[in-house]
Design a protein around this ligand. Structure first.
Ligand code: PGA
Length: 249
């Protein structure tokens, strides 16, 4: 069965108005494969101007986080409703940087996923093991530990509207990509874990690989059976390189 191919850019806390302009000029001119989706997730201050200037209907906008609350006295937070108001369609949730530095526990991530879905946003749910966990043979238990509370909270049926990004923590921003073989093995495990809840849903969930993906290594990764695209950090800050990655999926 053919699943949607997705390449998503995670700018993290990088970029400026100049990059926003370069990105929409570059992407508006490009014609992507009709089946594919390109997603740009800039820092929140740039969501509106990017959204207003993207005219390529295969490019959507995503945020990098949301509050688990709807509105009110939560200084500094961003609500899913505000993102919907800006016509944002996706939100990255559970990124390992947020889990490690901003106390996004597995339960909180599950709440945010539930809230994003209820608000009509598509979550890009990130999961991944540390180097220590991989070396100790704990990769699969880590991934199921991160997935289980989300499945318990929203139900496996809801995963028809979830994108999962496998991002080994040891490969993020380090220049060390998982080999295509390791990435495929792990994606296969993730799909089989989802299939243990519902085989049909598992076949439909796009699984993205993230962690030091660039224009050179993306083709081999994207050629794997269970890799449906990528979540791109550093290499998404260069428009030409990012376009190459989008065209390789
Ligand atoms: P990287 O980041 O491509 O810079 O490794 C990926 C991510 O953290 O989403």
């Amino acid at each position: 069965m053919s699943r949607q191919k997705i390449v998503a850019a995670n700018w993290k806390m990088n970029g400026n108005r100049e990059l926003v302009e370069q990105m929409y000029h570059g992407l508006n001119q490009e014609s992507f494969n009709a089946e594919q989706q390109v997603i740009i997730c800039p820092p929140a201050p740039y969501l509106a101007s990017l959204q207003a200037n993207i005219s390529n209907n295969q490019v959507a906008i995503g945020a990098q986080n949301i509050s688990e609350n709807e509105k009110g006295a939560y200084t500094g937070e961003i609500s899913a409703l505000m993102l919907k108001d800006l016509q944002v369609q996706y939100v990255i949730l559970g990124h390992s940087e947020r889990r490690a530095m901003f106390h996004d526990s597995t339960e909180l991530v599950a709440e945010k996923v539930a809230y994003a879905l209820a608000s009509g946003l598509t979550p890009i749910l990130c999961i991944g093991e540390t180097l220590e966990e991989r070396e100790e043979g704990q990769t699969e238990s880590r991934l199921s530990y991160e997935l289980a509370p989300v499945i318990a909270k929203v139900g496996i049926e809801s995963f028809k509207n979830v994108v999962v990004a496998y991002e080994p923590v040891w490969a993020i921003g380090t220049g060390k990509t998982a080999s295509a073989e390791i990435a495929q093995q792990t994606h296969k495990f993730i799909r089989s874990y989802l299939a243990s809840f519902d085989a049909d849903v598992a076949q439909q969930v796009p699984l993205l690989y993230g962690g030091s993906v660039n224009a050179k290594n993306c083709e081999e990764l994207f050629a794997q059976a269970d890799i449906d695209g990528g979540l791109i950090g550093g290499a998404s800050l260069n428009v030409e390189e990012f376009k190459k990655i989008c065209l390789a999926v």
